[in-house]
Design a protein around this ligand. Structure first.
Ligand code: SAM
Length: 451
């Protein structure tokens, strides 16, 4: 939009630009087009814009795909946006509090925005959350924040946000923008950054909660030596530094993002175990083989059971929190079956000599690191969807947080039952088939309860 058009539209709407909403409207059409082009939206692809204002950037995204969502907080602009972009989904609300879990039903989404600077960090962290189904982001930010995000280690700009965001995202500072391209003219320079999701395996595996705990602690006092700062959380830090070949006197800003991941993995007993060790464990497992009535008729190795389609036993556990959300895990990319699909909170085979109930307790402990008392919800007979397993589905209660072993689980998240229902309907292939069977059993049992 041209400057005169922005000014006259705001006048017509009786909506003068508000500082408290970080309103600086972009009036350079070439820059608007260039910014949106950096997102590389394909025809039909789903995109989401944060803070569209009067739609200076929106027009160019719309030219590429009509599959868009807008999130705008300003009450005064909502009716205007609804009329102007009648075919888009318009969310009237605060992007920093937007529930990104709602996006799963749409599949991978590309996100962009000329962000309101007063709240850009919060928005950035919300939309780069570990499990958010977002593949790429292009944001105009205050130049200082953009430089922080794209900084190299051992520089002044390198800080906790660089490391926290950089673990999952590759950040490129694409260009700086002078204040004069906005109205009203801001006091600071701006810059456009692109964040692209890192590919699997690009950074060393580690527990996400442990990683952010260490990074926040490590950068809490930049001038102090790192070892002293994190000794409480890390334990014997000298041994950790030695084994990772980190100098003892290092400061937080001297560790690369990969080294932060290694440190987090080292600190968590069992979490530094690599995929090969995980695979060896799995191959050594012995299961009870059962007949069509689920009676034990022998014992075979995991390899033989799966190779010969023998009937065997497994459990799935749905862990609920106080809000009645269910914790779902995303299976690790190292899994031989259904890698990277979403699955029950915990699930696994019944080992020879164990029963279903014992296995439910063990699986939750092994996969989520907590003790629970599961209760039986229902049973599913062995079939193709369950991979020839008789499945007992359990429910349990816990509020988290959980410690997820990276060799087994990529990530995890709480979801409302509505979110899961919409998501399973829209994109069943995002889930392990065994989970989908358990989910329909759960819905069925809930309906019976309602009767
Ligand atoms: N995209 C427009 C442009 O480039 O001309 C406007 C950009 S202006 C810097 C920021 C926009 O974000 C404004 O429309 C403002 O009302 C909106 N906004 C402010 N706070 C917001 C929030 N918390 N969530 C969503 N939008 C917000």
């Amino acid at each position: 939009m041209k400057l005169s058009e922005i000014q006259s539209t705001l006048r017509d709407l009786d909506a003068p630009p508000t500082k408290s909403l970080g309103q600086n409207f972009l009036h350079d059409r070439n820059l608007a087009e260039w910014t949106v082009a950096q997102l590389e939206i394909e025809p039909g692809e789903r995109w989401l814009e944060i803070g569209p204002g009067l739609g200076s950037l929106t027009d160019f995204a719309l030219q590429r795909s009509e599959n868009g969502i807008l999130i705008e907080k300003d009450d005064r602009l909502i009716d205007f946006l609804r009329k102007r972009f009648a075919n888009l989904t318009i969310v009237h609300g605060d992007a920093a509090r937007f529930d990104v879990r709602d996006l799963h039903k749409h599949g991978p989404v590309k996100v962009f925005g000329n962000l309101p600077y007063y709240v850009s960090s919060q928005i950035l962290f919300n939309f780069t959350a570990d499990t958010a189904p977002i593949s790429k982001l292009v944001f105009t930010l205050q130049r200082e924040l953009a430089e922080r995000l794209a900084a190299s280690d051992s520089t002044k700009a390198y800080g906790a946000p660089t490391v926290l965001i950089g673990k999952n995202w590759k950040v490129q500072l694409l260009r700086t923008l002078p204040p004069s391209v906005f109205s009203p003219v801001p006091k600071v320079d701006s810059a456009v950054v692109a964040l692209t999701r890192r590919s699997a395996g690009e950074m060393p595996e580690c527990d996400a909660a442990r990683f952010s705990e260490l990074v926040k602690l490590g950068f809490s006092q930049r001038r102090k030596q790192l070892g002293n700062l994190i000794s409480g959380a890390l334990g014997p830090w000298r041994a950790a530094f030695d084994s990772l070949q980190i100098p003892q006197k290092v400061r937080a800003e001297n560790l690369s993002i990969a080294q932060w991941c290694q440190l987090a993995a080292w600190s968590e007993e069992g979490l530094s175990r690599n995929s090969e060790e995980g695979a060896q464990d799995v191959h050594g497992e012995i299961f009870d083989v059962v007949d069509e009535q689920d009676r034990v008729i022998g014992q075979r190795s995991r390899h033989e059971v799966h190779g010969n389609n023998l009937l065997h036993r497994a459990v799935h556990v749905f862990v609920f929190n106080k809000k009645n959300e269910i914790f779902l895990q995303r299976r690790s990319r190292w899994k031989d079956v259904c890698p990277q699909r979403w699955d029950s909170s915990a699930a696994g085979h019944v080992d020879s000599g164990q029963d279903y109930d014992q296995t439910a307790v063990r699986e939750v402990f092994e996969e989520l690191g907590v003790e629970v008392s599961p209760s039986l919800t229902g049973r599913i007979d062995a079939c193709a969807d369950t991979g020839n397993e008789f499945v007992n589905l359990y429910q349990a209660r816990h509020e988290g947080p959980f410690r997820l072993p990276p060799a087994e689980i990529e990530s995890g998240e709480w979801f409302s039952q509505n979110q899961i229902q919409e998501w399973t309907q829209a994109r069943p292939d995002d889930f392990a088939p065994g989970f989908l069977r358990c989910w329909s059993l759960w819905l069925h049992s809930r309906k019976l309860e309602d009767l």
